[in-house]
Design a protein around this ligand. Structure first.
Ligand SMILES: Cc1ncc(COP(=O)(O)O)c(C=O)c1O
Length: 358
């Protein structure tokens, strides 16, 4: 019998979170960001669940766009990093993939190609990762129009650096830079707006917003959990309690013997570890839950197991299922304890953990 370590994926919750994004996006249409295997939830089932709701999907790369077509979905797919070769341009044109061109090399590939995909241009409004400088945008647009691309230039994309921080002035500054840079092209569409931007009061989202993490119930806002923002957890990470014992005061548990019981404690071993993607940096006191009761981790996370203090769940017994994150403990809480963000935890669950869909 396989161990019952599993990531349960609640596709109805995913759909409700998409609806929440739509409600928050106002007049903007919403493309669902499903890169990194649907943020670790499985891109095929995720896009199938969103099929009747999402008019467009967005991914990082061509391989992910192909996975959407492999799931028999027909919506346009935005490639947020554009293309990696001239040959990719042909594939985009054949499949209704919409690359976001961000650099002169990609425009050269477009110039040399006979294929004619629709596409977006990325504007660097201040994040300084990818995109054309606002001062260069008019020249870039002229260049693509000279290629006869008038009908195929859909519009402009930019990405916020600090929308997760409600106190940062940078989102408003980037919005202003983007609006000025694109003002001469009012007939083209504009897309800004990761999940966090849906929670910035008064933030314009223009024609298309691009939520990712909020669809999966993770918080895009510093200091808040997903549920505190009205989002539902989509992944519930569960593993069985495989052993329980009393650890007498003064004895340690696990590698490094760093955690020492300060009193007699009933502890349990749970069949999940960093080999499954559970973060090794989640230390003592990281929350988990058993039978709806909150418990805490103790000692170091091993590759295949971790230890919990069962004081908060005196009835817990071997074979019971432990929730590492889900409805009782938010993934954001665990991420905070591990010094990271929910994005990393959700995308980091390894292939050893089966995804069960419901
Ligand atoms: C260009 C772009 N747009 C949208 C998103 C979605 O961001 P989030 O998951 O924070 O909503 C990402 C994610 O990294 C991105 O790179």
């Amino acid at each position: 019998m396989p161990r019952s370590t599993v990531a349960r994926i609640d596709l109805a919750a995913l759909r409700r979170n998409f609806q929440t994004a739509c409600n928050r996006a106002g007049k903007a249409r919403v493309m669902a960001v499903v890169k990194a295997d649907g943020y670790g939830h499985g891109i095929g089932p995720v896009v199938s669940a969103l099929d009747s709701l999402a008019p467009k999907f967005a991914v990082a790369c061509l391989e992910e766009a192909r996975a959407i077509r492999a799931a028999s979905l027909v919506q346009p797919v935005v490639l947020l990093q554009g293309v990696h070769s001239g040959a990719d341009i042909d594939e985009c044109a054949r499949n209704e993939f919409e690359p976001v061109f961000h650099c002169p090399q990609q425009l050269e590939w477009l110039e040399r190609s006979d294929a004619r995909p629709v596409f977006w241009l990325k504007v660097n409004s201040g994040m300084n990762r990818l995109g054309f400088h606002p001062d260069d945008l008019a020249g870039v647009v002229n260049r693509v129009l000279a290629m006869g691309e008038d009908q195929r230039l859909l519009g402009f994309v930019t990405h916020f650096a600090c929308a997760d921080d409600p106190d940062s002035p940078m989102t408003a500054e980037q919005t202003s830079v983007f609006e000025q840079a694109t003002a001469s092209f009012p007939e083209r569409m504009k897309s800004v707006g990761n999940s966090a931007a849906h929670f910035v009061p008064g933030q314009p989202l223009f024609d298309w917003s691009r939520p990712g993490i909020m669809l999966y119930g993770g918080s895009p806002v510093i200091g808040k959990t997903g549920p505190e923002l009205g989002l539902e957890p989509v992944m519930s990470l569960e593993a069985p309690l495989i052993s329980t014992r009393m650890v007498p005061a003064g004895e340690s548990v696990g590698y490094g013997a760093g955690w020492v019981a300060d009193r007699d404690i009933r502890m349990g071993m749970v069949a999940i570890g960093y080999g499954d993607g559970y973060p090794r940096h989640a230390g003592t006191n990281t929350p988990a839950a058993i039978n709806g009761q909150r418990i805490r981790l103790i000692g170091r996370v091993s590759m295949d197991m971790l230890a919990v203090d069962l004081t908060g769940a005196p009835e817990a017994k071997e074979g019971d299922s432990v929730e590492l994150w889900g409805r009782t403990v938010s993934v954001d809480e665990v991420a905070a304890c591990a010094g990271t963000i929910s994005y990393e935890l959700l995308t980091g669950i390894t292939a050893r953990v089966p995804r069960h869909y419901g």
